[in-house]
Write a protein that binds this ligand. Structure first.
Ligand code: PMP
Length: 385
């Protein structure tokens, strides 16, 4: 097989991607190719990936349960550790039950392929994460995409779908991963109830970060009991890896029976579960972490706007700074790096053409002087154009 011409095409379009090697843990500062840079692109929102309590819990889990779980949950991989985390997640999300998957990606694919199928309809926000798009494609349900957060279009699609489908599932990111804005979830729930549809929200970026209890967008808007399928990941604020679906007991039991990524894959390793349980406890007990990261992000957004940059509207630790064309964004990211800041360019197909951007994420460990250093790096990077 020869892929040279295909690769050349990707390069010519300015869309070639290559891996960057981190030579240290990705905490606040990171070593990349021998240089220490301020890490502004990690989803470790609360800074827990290097918290000694989380690390210790992970090590304890390895000591007690070993390194690999050795089988799928339905064979030999189901430990009390897995079940305890699921119980804790269900309490946190205020649902009857929760079920772990091996990644957030797998959780979305699993839920969509199991919960809807032929004769059903998925209504999907245009900016939904790739894992929701892939899950929807793999399900045998019909799919219709509504404009980003466009409630008028969603209303029209729901009206047009009346009486034609067995189930209608509205699927949305809670916090959109590339823009950082929050879905209009209360209005989506109102529409769902008006038209007899259900709602699935992907709370990958809001869990641990938004809401009075840090439980995500459902918590943020006080929508408990109104979102049938709450997806989350352990890979971001929870500083581990793995995903989960929270919802009714029957839905979870159904997923155990029907979700292929759950049935046919080895259970998450004990190390991951140990870390996630400790992180969840810290999320519940230390609200100042989320308050800190949200305040720093707000401050950085206002500083960058003050410098004349176009910053996407957001209330979360995700900060998108519009650059425009893919090549320009890549060059801007390179100059930021020369100025000591690691924040990659995000290009098509991840974001629409013409909206290539620098995507920054802050974590609770960034200090005031870090925020100022980021502003300064942006000013320097622009000056160097
Ligand atoms: N949903 C969203 C919105 C995401 O941003 C991501 C990861 N970037 C995922 C799902 C997938 O989660 P994971 O990385 O745990 O597979």
């Amino acid at each position: 097989m020869d892929f040279k011409s295909e690769l050349d095409e990707i390069r010519e379009a300015g869309l070639y991607r290559s891996l960057r090697r981190m030579e240290s843990a990705t905490q606040r500062a990171v070593t990349v190719e021998g240089r220490t840079l301020l890490m502004c692109a990690s989803n470790n929102y609360l800074g827990l990936a290097n918290d000694p309590r989380v690390q210790e819990a992970s090590i304890r889990a390895i000591r007690e349960y070993g390194t690999g779980s050795g089988g799928s949950r339905l064979t030999t991989g189901n430990t009390d550790l897995h079940e305890k985390l699921e119980e804790e997640l269900a309490i946190f999300k205020r649902t009857e039950a929760a079920l772990l998957f091996n990644s957030g990606y797998a959780a979305n694919v699993a839920a969509l392929t199991a919960l809807v199928g032929e004769g059903d309809l998925i209504l999907s926000d245009a900016l939904n994460h790739a894992s929701l798009i892939d899950g929807a494609r793999l399900s045998k349900a019909q799919r219709q995409v509504y404009g980003h957060a466009d409630l008028t279009e969603l209303d029209a699609l729901l009206r047009g779908a009346q009486g034609r489908y067995r189930r209608i599932l509205i699927v949305t990111d809670g916090v959109f991963s590339m823009d950082g804005d929050i879905a209009p979830l209360p209005a989506i729930c109102d529409l769902a109830e008006q038209y007899g549809a259900d709602v699935m929200v992907d709370d990958a970026h809001s869990t641990g970060v938004l809401g009075p209890n840090g439980a995500g967008t459902v918590d943020h808007f006080g929508l408990y009991g109104r979102v049938a399928v709450q997806m989350g990941t352990l890979s971001k604020a929870f500083a581990a890896e793995g995903g989960y679906i929270a919802g009714s007991r029957d839905m979870i039991d159904y997923l155990v029976n029907r979700a292929r990524p759950f049935i046919f894959s080895t259970a998450l390793s004990p190390a991951v579960i140990g870390a996630a349980r400790a992180a969840l406890q810290i999320v519940r007990e230390e609200p100042h972490r989320r308050e800190q990261v949200l305040a720093q992000a707000e401050w950085l957004r206002s500083m960058l706007r003050g410098e004349g940059f176009t910053v996407f509207p957001s209330e979360t630790p995700i900060i998108g700074v519009l650059i425009g064309e893919a090549e320009e964004a890549v060059a801007f990211a390179r100059r930021l790096e020369e100025a000591g800041v690691y924040a990659p360019a995000i290009r098509p197909p991840t974001v629409p053409a013409g909206t290539s951007r620098i995507r920054l994420t802050l974590t609770a460990t960034h200090t005031n002087s870090d925020v100022d250093a980021i502003r300064e790096a942006f000013a320097v990077a622009r000056g160097a154009v």
